[in-house]
Design a protein around this ligand. Structure first.
Ligand code: HEC
Ligand code: HEC
Length: 384
């Protein structure tokens, strides 16, 4: 997986709630004069350029393909994590969507007053499932050099590839005549341009049936409406406690960007488990970004994923253990209820965390589960 060995200092600043995250092309300087190419357009070219990998066969989009909600189209139940540029090299996590990731606030500690019992999480924000990259720009520097991903030897190699690319003039247009003279600066600017693309409307379109429903131009079916009510019901399914819904599309990112242990079982089909059957992903607990004193408390926690485009992003969870949304709903309905101790890390899970040990299962009917799934299917972009 994309562990960044050189992540900067731990960011312990208190950050504001997730709704003040970036997204939507607010980046200063996304437009330039001169040749007219924008930073977003340049970032798009970088994001789709397979030449920027070791074997010339992999771009960011290989694992974050627009056709599959900016997640990896190649992963399946039997091969649930992404293969890198070098054939046969796998990470150990299932690629999440890179869409809407720009709204995640910088990694940090949740203000004490904000750490409510319903959504008890000390940390929030950042990029990757364990938040180890504080920002989108830091995140974008990782995959190029990760041996099990794009596998370049060093920053200079990536910069040289951009300098030789058909769009190198665009890079100079956006970043100036000396854009290639310093490797560190150029590498940072490559990441900055990619982040600008990740903040663009193309990656944050808000064009689902759900968005149309909020705007009054789509009427939910009876099943979708019941599913939404269940999803938001704070006494039963509690989905929206973590997969946040607001009154506008931008407030409805379907994540609060906080970290929970929801009892995801380990996946025997994960190459990491095949190589080492005792493999356990400690999630946030093993991240260099947290206070080392918190490691035990944060074990097995992963960042709540957005559910936007979830129809397209199977398999599910950090290790791809579930293949269908029906299975995910059953997980919440039955698995969490019956397994007070998370199978994978042997720590108390969401059931204990959210219900002080009194969780007795959701008792969903078949219809309830179908309704919840149908509601989640309204989150696919491209309707509007
Ligand atoms: C080989 C597949 C692969 C490639 C290539 C790849 N990624 Fe990823 N990406 C992943 C995986 C797997 C994760 C989750 C890793 C983790 O949490 O440890 C991830 C996580 C992310 C995230 C964090 C999303 C979130 O919600 O935290 C973003 C953003 C992202 N990638 C963008 C990019 C960009 C930009 C590039 C190109 C520079 C890229 N990825 C290349 C597989 C890939
Ligand atoms: C306490 C917070 C919390 C609650 C409540 C919650 N979730 Fe989640 N959800 C998470 C976290 C964290 C993950 C990622 C876990 C992992 O990767 O192992 C997740 C993962 C998912 C996924 C998989 C998404 C993907 O891309 O892999 C779906 C679907 C989902 N949740 C739906 C629901 C539904 C439906 C409910 C209500 C029945 C619900 N969640 C309740 C925190 C929560």
């Amino acid at each position: 997986m994309m562990r960044l060995s050189s992540l900067g200092a731990v960011v312990l600043a208190t950050v504001m709630t997730a709704s003040c995250g970036g997204g939507g092309g607010d980046t200063p300087g996304t437009t330039t004069g001169g040749g007219g190419v924008t930073m977003v357009e340049l970032g798009r070219k970088l994001f789709f350029d397979t030449d920027l990998s070791n074997q010339g066969n992999q771009s960011c989009a290989s694992c974050h393909d627009p056709a599959t909600g900016f997640a990896d189209p190649r992963v399946t139940a039997s091969a649930p994590v992404s293969e890198g540029s070098v054939t046969g090299d796998f990470g150990d996590r299932n690629a999440p969507t890179a869409a809407y990731a720009s709204f995640s606030p910088q990694f940090g500690v949740v203000a004490a007053a904000d750490q409510t019992p319903e959504t008890n999480s000390k940390y929030q924000g950042g990029q990757f499932l364990d938040g180890r990259a504080a920002t989108l720009i830091e995140q974008a520097k990782g995959p190029f050099l990760n041996p099990v991903e794009m596998n370049n030897a060093n920053e200079a190699e990536v910069v040289a590839k951009v300098q030789n690319a058909a769009y190198s003039a665009d890079f100079i247009t956006v970043f100036g005549a000396n854009a290639f003279s310093d490797v560190t600066t150029a590498y940072n600017n490559i990441a900055t341009a990619i982040a600008a693309f990740e903040e663009s409307d193309e990656m944050n379109p808000f064009t689902s049936k759900f968005d149309a429903h909020l705007k009054g131009t789509y009427t939910l079916t009876a099943s979708e409406r019941r599913g939404k009510e269940l999803f938001e019901d704070a006494s039963v399914a509690k989905c929206a406690n973590c997969h946040t819904i607001g009154t506008t599309p931008r407030e409805s990112l379907f994540t609060n960007f906080r970290y929970y242990n929801i009892g995801t079982p380990s996946n025997p089909d994960n190459p990491a488990n095949i190589a080492n059957p005792g493999f356990v992903d400690q999630g946030l607990g093993a991240s260099a970004a947290i206070d080392p004193a918190d490691q035990a408390a944060e074990r097995g926690k992963f960042k709540t994923p957005t559910l936007r485009n979830v129809e397209l992003t199977a398999p599910y969870m950090h290790n791809g253990v579930y293949t269908t949304l029906e299975e995910v709903v059953l997980h919440y309905d039955i698995q969490v209820a019956n397994e007070f101790i998370t199978p994978e890390v042997n720590d108390p899970n969401i059931a204990a965390e959210m219900n002080a040990g009194t969780f007795v299962g959701l008792n969903l009917s078949d219809q309830d589960r179908t309704d919840l799934v149908n509601f989640m299917l309204t989150l696919t972009d491209g309707y509007l």
